[in-house]
Design a binder for this molecule. Structure first.
Ligand code: ACO
Length: 349
């Protein structure tokens, strides 16, 4: 067992999702990911949190709570820092449901500050997120694509950010505290911070005469190709295909053609460089292409991931609290110990 990465360690029983890394399948509370590709976020919300307050009303509540902070949030150095600040501006008493409902408003406030209009509680969660960010009614295709994205990333087993949320939940801390911990874990480039760098890679490859050669050079230098590899999947990440279909539906042919070309070259390079390890396309690769096609800047990709994954975090929060048991693993001490009397004597001699 690889102790350093907790590989193959099972830390909880869950009803929320099953990630089958060998077969490349994701089951969310009894539903295959493929069967959820056309769902709106509300359906996933009800699936994972059961009988729950209306998301539209929760967006309105978040708007009122956050309004005094809008200018402050817009002044944050980056969207992710703005999101973290926005969460910290919410009352500690926020429920799991209120936190899910708050995300479109949080993102809109960071983007638009005091000019943010009130949410439209009659719109779907995905549609309202686009309206709050871009200030105009989005096309049906964009709404569909964003919903597919939010649902695709809403829940995924015991990933690093969900584990962080469950550890905090197990201490009896609030859903808000768990969300802040999870967001911190998500921000790292080995987890949710990858799609920005994926787009950097695609931009770099767009002007490159031989992507295969350039990618080979990167891997030879020990760099990781962003958007490839996964701790659990030993085959293709099923979420990558769902998102690729969503990009296709948006009719962004040029972006898709470049992405497919770079993907094919990267897979070949990785197969040759790491023959003993299956390194295939992960969710972040087509996330980058999809969110870019929807008009989001790359610095917004991780906050948008959080806007989808908040649902999984909160469902795990609830599940963890049901067990009532503090998560407290052990470590194996390998540091120095005080010398024994006989060791001291032998050193002196
Ligand atoms: N590019 C090049 N080499 C890679 C890549 C990659 N994307 N991923 C893994 N490898 C190599 C490692 O360098 C290592 O090589 P070595 O044995 O010669 O040292 C070998 O493959 C095994 O790597 P591990 O570190 O054991 O793989 P791990 O399971 O820890 O990594 C991870 C999974 C972190 C996702 C990794 O594949 C990676 O860094 N990918 C790029 C970043 C990325 O796309 N992150 C998003 C993941 S999806 C998500 O979190 C939502």
């Amino acid at each position: 067992m690889n102790l350093t990465g907790l590989d193959d360690v099972t830390v909880a029983e869950t009803r929320l999702s099953d990630v089958d890394g060998e077969r490349g399948e994701l089951l969310v509370a009894g539903h295959t990911l493929d069967s959820m590709a056309d769902w709106d976020y509300e359906s996933a919300y009800r699936l994972l949190l059961g009988e729950a307050p209306d998301l539209g009303q929760l967006r309105e509540k978040a708007y009122l709570a956050l309004k005094p902070c809008f200018a402050l949030l817009q002044a944050a150095p980056s969207p992710l820092e703005g999101l973290r600040l926005g969460l910290a501006c919410l009352p500690e008493s926020c429920t799991e449901y209120e936190l899910v409902g708050a995300f479109p408003v949080l993102l809109g406030a960071v983007y638009r500050g005091d000019t943010l209009p009130p949410p439209d509680s009659a719109a779907s969660h995905g549609e309202d997120l686009l309206k709050l960010m871009f200030g105009k009614r989005p096309s049906l295709d964009s709404v569909r694509a964003l919903n597919t994205y939010l649902v695709t990333v809403c829940e995924h087993g015991m990933n690093a950010s969900t584990f962080a949320a469950r550890v905090v939940a197990s201490t009896g801390a609030t859903p808000l505290a768990a969300t802040l911990a999870a967001l911190g874990a998500l921000s790292g480039p080995l987890h949710g911070g990858a799609p920005g760098p994926v787009l950097d890679l695609l931009d770099e490859m767009a002007g490159c005469p031989s992507p295969a050669q350039a990618l080979e050079e990167k891997v030879r230098k020990g760099q990781r190709l962003m958007g490839f590899g996964h701790r659990i999947y030993r085959t293709r990440d099923p979420r990558a295909d769902v998102l690729k279909q969503a990009v296709r539906a948006l009719d962004q042919t040029t972006d898709l053609q470049l992405a497919e070309k770079v993907e094919a070259a990267a897979l070949e390079v990785l197969r040759a460089a790491k023959p003993d390890r299956v390194l295939d396309t992960n969710v972040e690769f087509y996330t980058a292409v999809l969110l870019n096609a929807l008009g989001f800047e790359r610095s917004w990709f991780t906050p948008l991931f959080a806007a989808g994954r908040i649902l999984g975090w909160m469902a795990h929060y609830k599940e963890q609290r049901e067990t009532g048991r503090l998560l407290r693993p052990k470590s194996r001490y390998v540091g120095p110990r005080p010398q024994t009397e006989s060791e001291r004597v032998s050193h002196e001699v």
